[in-house]
Design a protein around this ligand. Structure first.
Ligand code: MF3
Ligand code: CO
Ligand code: CO
Length: 269
């Protein structure tokens, strides 16, 4: 890869060039299209393993690569996190049942650029409390995205998310965060979904990163299961997450992973 065209801040955050936004849009759009198309495969009686198999097929059909297959020994094209699973749920043979909510997280590589996004889905009928959790989590992501512009800080993003989630009497997970990405999957900075305004690195045009808040109906604490991947809420409360990959522009933000079909909410799918 040609590193000479981009520079790094003192915090180790890469600053990409104007032409690099197009590469991120191609990768982000594929991740978003897969998340659009997979909605039809989510129903009671379906397995998360079959959903993952379909995702892998879609990545292949697009001539792209999955970023997660082979990543630290991970074997799947997606993470599928059901109900009280916070993130990094491993697809498998368990059957979805009516009312289960799930996050599907897909990361693809297109021409070397990484597109990373996740959304919430429901198998069958969405309960009122799950619907509220999902709406709050979605809106929290957008509070974070709205805080993105040159001169603001990463702490401003986290503070906006945390203030909104806590105003709705839900909690923000502290144990996992968003991340820089671009020509790599995970790069500085850690994008925290909580924090204080004005703290952290200053946002600059050309920074690419994810915002991916996880919100719990109960307490924020998580634990990782014996499989060394699956993170769950300690109190077994329901958890939700949405993720977009974004870039900082001269006057705001460019979202790389917006749904081509405008479908981002399980009840709109
Ligand atoms: N896509 C996840 C993220 O948002 C990372 C998944 S890594 C895996 O950063 F190996 F668990 F797939
Ligand atoms: Co991510
Ligand atoms: Co992701």
């Amino acid at each position: 890869m040609d590193e000479s065209r981009s520079r790094m801040t003192k915090d180790g955050i890469r600053i990409y060039e104007a032409e690099d936004f197009a590469g991120m849009h191609r990768a982000g759009e594929l991740a978003a299209r897969i998340l659009d198309d997979i909605a039809a495969a989510v129903f009671p009686g379906q397995t998360t393993g079959e959903i993952d198999r379909l995702i892998e097929e879609m990545v292949d059909a697009a001539g792209a690569k999955s970023a997660t297959i082979g990543y630290k020994g991970y074997k799947h094209a997606s993470c599928i996190s059901v109900n009280h699973v916070v993130c990094h749920g491993i697809p498998g043979s368990k059957l979805l049942k009516d009312g289960d909510i799930l996050n599907i997280d897909v990361t693809v590589i297109v021409d070397g650029w990484f597109g990373d996004s996740s959304r919430m889905y429901v198998a069958g009928k969405l309960s009122r409390k799950a619907e509220r959790l999902i709406q709050v989590t979605h809106d929290a992501l957008f509070k974070g995205i709205e805080a993105v512009r040159p001169g603001r800080t990463f702490g401003d993003i986290g503070a906006a998310i945390q203030a909104y989630v806590e105003s709705q009497r839900m909690s923000v997970v502290r144990d996992f965060c968003g991340h820089g990405l671009g020509r790599v999957f995970h790069a500085p900075p850690n994008v925290l979904h909580y924090g204080r305004p004005g703290t952290g690195a200053v946002l600059e045009e050309g920074m690419f990163f994810t915002i991916e808040p996880m919100v719990n109906l109960g307490r924020p604490e998580t634990k990782v299961l014996a499989d060394d991947w699956t993170a769950v809420t300690r109190d077994k409360s329901l958890s939700a997450q949405f993720e977009h990959s974004v870039g900082v522009t001269a006057d705001g933000v460019d979202i790389f992973t917006l749904s081509p079909g405008g479908k981002f909410h399980p009840t709109w799918g």
